[in-house]
Design a protein around this ligand. Structure first.
Ligand SMILES: NC(=O)c1ccc[n+]([C@@H]2O[C@H](COP(=O)([O-])OP(=O)(O)OC[C@H]3O[C@@H](n4cnc5c(N)ncnc54)[C@H](O)[C@@H]3O)[C@@H](O)[C@H]2O)c1
Length: 259
């Protein structure tokens, strides 16, 4: 139980990657606050963790309500009796051609993916500094923030902002012993992906990802479990791609053509 005694907040924890992260941290012994805007689903997710013997509480919050984010993180810390770990996972996506993207898409996506993430991180870091806690913050970015992808003007650039925010926060919080890292998932089988990936999109990913498959939410949860562990205390400002090799790949010439 490497995280026994640690208290963690996971945002967007009712489904998909966030839920898998919450389950993984609970299995490692952490107490959890699961934040999500989907009320019934987040209550259900927290209830399922409690049924497995974990300490887990649901908090219903739309992270787009920016003024409510910082008080919610402080409240979660108070209710749990402390806060060592924040995982900023809540995020939304859109795919649209560049010429059809609208300013409203940027406002909607940046508000949740970037501004709410900043507000939550600042609140958590302030708590950790105030209580002298060498805490851990992990931001869920995306390979869309590392490489230019079609249709990702708003989403991809929001995730690039998450990566830079991770690096900036890592610099400023290092003197307090707080690490800040990002995980950049490739395509992961979740509701978000099922909503936006057509059969043709799927075929495109399968061609571009060297491992030739989509990842599972648990692949991301394992990376987060490492980054919040005591063993990762000297890792900060890092972006860990969990993407079947996509971010590291270039031109994929079939091996038969090289012979
Ligand atoms: N699935 C992928 O392929 C993939 C790839 C790269 C990055 N990501 C990132 O991983 C994170 C999770 O993605 P997912 O695929 O699990 O998504 P998902 O849509 O399956 O689940 C997201 C969860 O976040 C919650 N959420 C969304 N907006 C919220 C808000 N404003 N306030 C509170 N809760 C909110 C949803 O209710 C849901 O429970 C996102 O940040 C996403 O950008 C996903």
């Amino acid at each position: 139980m490497p995280l026994r005694g640690k208290r963690a907040v996971v945002t967007g924890a009712a489904a998909g990657i966030g839920r898998a992260i919450a389950e993984r941290l609970a299995r490692a012994g952490a107490s959890l606050t699961l934040i999500d805007r989907a009320g019934d689903a987040v209550e259900g997710a927290a209830g399922a963790l409690r049924a497995q013997g974990a300490q887990a509480r649901a908090m219903v919050l739309d992270m787009a309500e920016l003024a409510a984010v910082e008080p919610a993180i402080r409240r979660a810390a108070e209710l749990m009796g402390g806060l060592e770990i924040l995982v900023n996972n809540a995020g939304i996506a859109a795919q649209k051609p560049f010429l059809e993207h609208e300013l409203g898409d940027f406002e909607r996506i940046y508000r949740i993916n970037v501004m709410a993430l900043f507000a939550a991180s600042r609140a958590a870091a302030a708590w950790m500094v105030e209580h002298n806690v060498p805490g851990r913050i992990v931001n869920i970015a995306s390979v869309a923030g590392l490489r230019g992808s079609t249709g990702r003007a708003a989403y991809g650039s929001s995730k690039a902002a998450v990566i830079n925010l991770t690096q900036v926060a890592a610099q400023e919080l290092a003197p307090h012993g707080i690490t800040v890292n990002a995980v950049a998932p490739g395509p992961i089988e979740t509701d978000m992906v099922r909503a936006v990936h057509t059969e043709r999109t799927r075929a495109g990913w399968l061609r571009e990802v060297p491992m030739g498959r989509y990842g599972e939410p648990t692949d991301i949860a394992e990376a987060v479990a490492y980054l919040v562990s005591d063993g990762a205390g000297y890792v900060t400002g890092h972006v860990l791609a969990v993407d079947g090799g996509f971010a590291a790949s270039g031109l994929l010439i079939p091996l038969e053509d090289l012979r």
